[in-house]
Design a protein. Structure first.
Length: 196
């Protein structure tokens, strides 16, 4: 909470229909940070309207059972990534942010479901303080294969060449895995690196 402002600091979570959206909100609240779940197609005005109840500090994009390869897959409203707020994309949100910036997302050679070892190439941003190899929970069929130059790969797995990334100049981060589930050994620390 800012001095003189009675609104709590908060995170807007955009729900793309993934099974863990409410768990993401709970994990954020466990850090004593307010969170509010909004539909994935919430407009910039709707997201900014949450400022009436909280000091909006960032946005988390949830996972989804959808595939970006399908024409009717859920998308972000125009302008959300240009709001100047930190954004963390998880699973589908990771893929969507990459796709929106010109990255290549396609069907993976092999679905990743369950505990996977992620090699941390650069322990920065949301992966600050992480070990060279982290046990993470994956649940995806599509994979980010390439990123544009303005992004940096932070981690990869055996079948996901871009398992985590960050933008070089903006506070945009993506994790292919689910830090909100207990199976990701240090997931709460990863979320904390973004939220706090």
């Amino acid at each position: 909470m800012s001095q003189g402002d009675q609104r709590p600091d908060g995170i807007a979570i955009l729900d793309f229909g993934g099974q863990y959206c409410h768990l993401i909100a709970r994990r954020v609240r466990e850090m004593n940070v307010y969170s509010e779940i909004l539909p994935c197609d919430a407009t910039v005005d709707e997201i900014q309207a949450t400022g009436g109840v909280m000091n909006l500090r960032g946005i988390i994009l949830s996972g989804s059972p959808a595939s970006l390869r399908l024409e009717d897959s859920p998308r972000l409203a125009e302008g959300v990534l240009e709001m100047g707020l930190p954004v963390l994309g998880l699973c589908y949100g990771h893929q969507l942010m990459s796709h929106m910036h010109g990255g290549e997302v396609r069907r993976g050679e092999k679905r990743e479901y369950g505990i996977t070892e992620a090699t941390v190439d650069s322990p920065d941003g949301v992966l600050e303080g992480m070990d060279p190899v982290e046990r993470v929970w994956m649940s995806h069929g599509d994979t980010v294969f390439t990123l544009p130059d303005e992004f940096e790969i932070l981690a990869h797995t055996e079948t996901s060449p871009v398992a985590a990334f960050r933008h070089r100049t903006k506070s945009l981060h993506g994790l292919q895995w689910h830090p909100e589930v207990v199976h990701t050994r240090r997931g709460q620390e990863m979320l904390s690196n973004f939220v706090l």
